[in-house]
Design a protein around this ligand. Structure first.
Ligand SMILES: [Zn+2]
Length: 229
Protein backbone atom coordinates (compact mmCIF):
# COMPACT_ATOMS: atom_id res chain seq x y z
CA UNK A 1 0.00 0.00 0.00
CA UNK A 2 1.31 3.42 -0.84
CA UNK A 3 0.98 6.18 1.69
CA UNK A 4 0.88 8.88 -0.96
CA UNK A 5 -2.29 10.66 0.10
CA UNK A 6 -4.62 8.86 -2.29
CA UNK A 7 -6.01 6.86 0.59
CA UNK A 8 -7.51 10.13 1.84
CA UNK A 9 -9.57 10.24 -1.33
CA UNK A 10 -11.03 6.79 -0.73
CA UNK A 11 -14.73 6.98 -0.07
CA UNK A 12 -17.33 4.62 1.30
CA UNK A 13 -21.06 4.41 0.81
CA UNK A 14 -23.49 4.61 3.70
CA UNK A 15 -27.12 3.66 3.12
CA UNK A 16 -29.53 5.28 5.55
CA UNK A 17 -33.18 4.79 6.42
CA UNK A 18 -36.02 2.81 4.89
CA UNK A 19 -35.81 5.03 1.80
CA UNK A 20 -32.19 3.82 1.44
CA UNK A 21 -30.75 7.29 1.00
CA UNK A 22 -27.12 7.06 -0.07
CA UNK A 23 -24.30 9.10 1.46
CA UNK A 24 -20.63 9.11 0.51
CA UNK A 25 -18.09 9.61 3.29
CA UNK A 26 -14.31 9.79 3.31
CA UNK A 27 -13.25 6.40 4.58
CA UNK A 28 -10.02 7.36 6.28
CA UNK A 29 -11.49 10.42 7.98
CA UNK A 30 -14.40 8.55 9.51
CA UNK A 31 -12.35 5.51 10.46
CA UNK A 32 -10.20 7.82 12.54
CA UNK A 33 -13.12 9.69 14.10
CA UNK A 34 -15.60 6.97 14.93
CA UNK A 35 -15.12 3.65 16.68
CA UNK A 36 -18.12 2.36 14.75
CA UNK A 37 -16.71 3.25 11.33
CA UNK A 38 -13.29 2.08 12.42
CA UNK A 39 -14.56 -1.48 12.45
CA UNK A 40 -17.31 -1.16 9.84
CA UNK A 41 -14.90 0.23 7.24
CA UNK A 42 -11.87 -1.74 8.35
CA UNK A 43 -11.04 -3.35 5.03
CA UNK A 44 -12.66 -0.91 2.72
CA UNK A 45 -10.03 1.10 0.97
CA UNK A 46 -8.77 -1.46 -1.49
CA UNK A 47 -11.67 -3.87 -1.60
CA UNK A 48 -15.09 -3.71 -3.06
CA UNK A 49 -17.17 -3.55 0.04
CA UNK A 50 -20.85 -3.61 0.76
CA UNK A 51 -22.12 -0.26 1.95
CA UNK A 52 -22.68 0.35 5.65
CA UNK A 53 -26.41 0.30 6.32
CA UNK A 54 -28.42 2.14 8.94
CA UNK A 55 -32.02 1.12 8.42
CA UNK A 56 -33.26 2.72 11.66
CA UNK A 57 -31.57 6.09 11.23
CA UNK A 58 -33.32 9.14 9.79
CA UNK A 59 -31.45 10.32 6.65
CA UNK A 60 -32.06 13.91 7.77
CA UNK A 61 -30.26 13.22 11.05
CA UNK A 62 -27.37 11.55 9.25
CA UNK A 63 -27.07 14.48 6.86
CA UNK A 64 -26.95 16.93 9.78
CA UNK A 65 -24.39 14.76 11.53
CA UNK A 66 -22.15 14.88 8.43
CA UNK A 67 -22.51 18.65 8.27
CA UNK A 68 -21.26 18.98 11.84
CA UNK A 69 -18.58 16.29 11.49
CA UNK A 70 -17.13 17.87 8.34
CA UNK A 71 -17.70 21.46 9.39
CA UNK A 72 -16.34 21.11 12.90
CA UNK A 73 -19.04 23.35 14.33
CA UNK A 74 -22.70 22.78 15.23
CA UNK A 75 -25.00 24.17 12.55
CA UNK A 76 -26.22 27.55 13.78
CA UNK A 77 -29.08 27.74 11.29
CA UNK A 78 -31.63 25.76 13.24
CA UNK A 79 -34.94 27.39 14.07
CA UNK A 80 -34.70 28.53 17.66
CA UNK A 81 -37.68 26.45 18.84
CA UNK A 82 -36.28 23.35 17.10
CA UNK A 83 -32.68 23.84 18.16
CA UNK A 84 -32.68 21.53 21.17
CA UNK A 85 -34.27 18.67 19.21
CA UNK A 86 -32.04 19.18 16.16
CA UNK A 87 -28.88 19.16 18.26
CA UNK A 88 -30.09 16.19 20.30
CA UNK A 89 -30.73 14.15 17.15
CA UNK A 90 -27.16 14.77 16.00
CA UNK A 91 -25.79 14.10 19.47
CA UNK A 92 -27.53 10.74 19.81
CA UNK A 93 -26.31 9.60 16.39
CA UNK A 94 -22.72 10.76 17.01
CA UNK A 95 -22.77 9.03 20.39
CA UNK A 96 -24.00 5.82 18.80
CA UNK A 97 -21.20 5.97 16.24
CA UNK A 98 -18.60 6.38 18.98
CA UNK A 99 -17.77 9.77 17.48
CA UNK A 100 -16.80 11.61 20.64
CA UNK A 101 -15.37 14.71 19.00
CA UNK A 102 -18.63 15.47 17.24
CA UNK A 103 -20.79 14.36 20.19
CA UNK A 104 -18.92 16.62 22.63
CA UNK A 105 -19.03 19.56 20.25
CA UNK A 106 -22.78 19.19 19.94
CA UNK A 107 -23.12 18.60 23.69
CA UNK A 108 -21.44 21.95 24.36
CA UNK A 109 -24.00 23.60 22.08
CA UNK A 110 -26.83 21.82 23.90
CA UNK A 111 -25.46 23.00 27.27
CA UNK A 112 -25.32 26.56 25.97
CA UNK A 113 -28.88 26.25 24.75
CA UNK A 114 -30.22 24.72 27.96
CA UNK A 115 -28.61 27.30 30.23
CA UNK A 116 -29.47 30.28 28.03
CA UNK A 117 -31.76 32.72 29.84
CA UNK A 118 -33.55 33.31 26.53
CA UNK A 119 -35.84 30.31 26.99
CA UNK A 120 -36.92 27.64 29.43
CA UNK A 121 -35.39 24.20 29.63
CA UNK A 122 -37.11 21.86 27.14
CA UNK A 123 -40.54 20.69 28.27
CA UNK A 124 -41.00 17.14 29.47
CA UNK A 125 -42.53 15.67 26.31
CA UNK A 126 -39.55 16.94 24.29
CA UNK A 127 -37.09 15.77 26.92
CA UNK A 128 -38.76 12.40 27.16
CA UNK A 129 -38.62 11.87 23.39
CA UNK A 130 -34.86 12.31 23.60
CA UNK A 131 -34.25 10.23 26.72
CA UNK A 132 -36.50 7.25 26.08
CA UNK A 133 -33.84 5.20 24.28
CA UNK A 134 -30.87 6.42 26.29
CA UNK A 135 -29.45 4.76 29.42
CA UNK A 136 -29.78 6.71 32.67
CA UNK A 137 -25.98 6.89 32.98
CA UNK A 138 -25.66 8.66 29.62
CA UNK A 139 -24.32 12.22 29.50
CA UNK A 140 -27.55 13.48 27.96
CA UNK A 141 -29.62 12.04 30.80
CA UNK A 142 -27.26 13.59 33.35
CA UNK A 143 -27.47 17.00 31.71
CA UNK A 144 -31.26 17.02 31.61
CA UNK A 145 -31.51 15.91 35.24
CA UNK A 146 -29.19 18.76 36.24
CA UNK A 147 -31.11 21.25 34.10
CA UNK A 148 -34.44 20.21 35.64
CA UNK A 149 -32.95 20.45 39.13
CA UNK A 150 -32.12 24.07 38.37
CA UNK A 151 -35.71 25.00 37.56
CA UNK A 152 -38.67 25.09 39.87
CA UNK A 153 -41.63 24.46 37.63
CA UNK A 154 -40.74 21.84 35.06
CA UNK A 155 -40.56 18.82 37.35
CA UNK A 156 -44.33 18.95 37.84
CA UNK A 157 -44.76 17.74 34.25
CA UNK A 158 -42.52 14.78 35.02
CA UNK A 159 -44.45 13.97 38.21
CA UNK A 160 -47.72 14.04 36.27
CA UNK A 161 -46.18 11.40 34.00
CA UNK A 162 -44.76 9.33 36.86
CA UNK A 163 -46.38 6.06 35.76
CA UNK A 164 -44.15 6.17 32.69
CA UNK A 165 -40.86 4.29 33.00
CA UNK A 166 -38.66 7.05 31.57
CA UNK A 167 -40.33 9.60 33.85
CA UNK A 168 -40.00 7.49 36.99
CA UNK A 169 -36.29 6.85 36.34
CA UNK A 170 -35.81 10.55 35.68
CA UNK A 171 -37.51 11.49 38.96
CA UNK A 172 -35.29 9.09 40.90
CA UNK A 173 -32.21 10.72 39.34
CA UNK A 174 -33.54 14.22 40.12
CA UNK A 175 -34.14 13.22 43.75
CA UNK A 176 -30.60 11.86 44.01
CA UNK A 177 -29.11 15.11 42.73
CA UNK A 178 -31.21 17.13 45.19
CA UNK A 179 -30.12 14.94 48.07
CA UNK A 180 -26.45 15.29 47.12
CA UNK A 181 -26.70 19.05 46.70
CA UNK A 182 -28.61 19.57 49.93
CA UNK A 183 -25.80 17.78 51.74
CA UNK A 184 -23.28 20.02 50.00
CA UNK A 185 -25.24 23.18 50.80
CA UNK A 186 -25.39 22.31 54.49
CA UNK A 187 -21.59 22.07 54.48
CA UNK A 188 -20.83 25.11 52.39
CA UNK A 189 -23.14 27.97 51.51
CA UNK A 190 -21.16 28.86 48.40
CA UNK A 191 -22.31 25.70 46.63
CA UNK A 192 -25.79 27.22 46.27
CA UNK A 193 -24.91 28.27 42.74
CA UNK A 194 -25.32 24.62 41.82
CA UNK A 195 -29.06 25.24 41.94
CA UNK A 196 -28.88 27.88 39.26
CA UNK A 197 -28.77 27.28 35.53
CA UNK A 198 -25.18 28.39 35.36
CA UNK A 199 -23.33 25.31 34.18
CA UNK A 200 -19.82 26.60 34.50
CA UNK A 201 -17.18 25.94 31.90
CA UNK A 202 -15.35 23.33 33.93
CA UNK A 203 -18.55 21.41 34.56
CA UNK A 204 -18.76 20.52 30.88
CA UNK A 205 -16.47 17.59 31.57
CA UNK A 206 -19.42 16.03 33.36
CA UNK A 207 -21.27 15.77 30.07
CA UNK A 208 -18.44 14.69 27.79
CA UNK A 209 -17.62 11.17 26.69
CA UNK A 210 -14.11 10.33 25.49
CA UNK A 211 -12.57 7.33 23.78
CA UNK A 212 -9.53 6.44 21.71
CA UNK A 213 -10.91 8.28 18.68
CA UNK A 214 -11.68 11.39 20.74
CA UNK A 215 -9.27 11.49 23.68
CA UNK A 216 -9.78 13.94 26.53
CA UNK A 217 -6.32 15.45 26.02
CA UNK A 218 -7.40 16.70 22.58
CA UNK A 219 -10.73 18.09 23.77
CA UNK A 220 -11.08 21.86 23.64
CA UNK A 221 -14.24 21.79 25.77
CA UNK A 222 -12.53 19.91 28.61
CA UNK A 223 -9.57 22.30 28.81
CA UNK A 224 -9.79 24.73 31.69
CA UNK A 225 -10.29 28.35 30.60
CA UNK A 226 -7.14 30.42 30.38
CA UNK A 227 -7.27 32.86 33.26
CA UNK A 228 -3.72 33.36 34.38
CA UNK A 229 -1.07 33.62 31.70
ZN1 LIG B 1 -14.23 16.81 26.62
Amino acid sequence: MEEDGTEYQQVSEVVVGKERTKFIIHTKVFRARSTFFKSALSTSWNLDQNPVEFVDVDPGHFSKYLTVAYGGTPNPNFEEDQRFLELSDIYILADRLGECTCANLVMDAIIEHVQSPAHDVPDWSTTKSILTDLPTDSCMHRLMVDAYCATTSTCQEVRDDAQDETASKFLVAVAQVYRTREAEVSNDDTIKHAFTRDIRHLDRVRYHEHNESGPKDDCVGCKPPKEDG
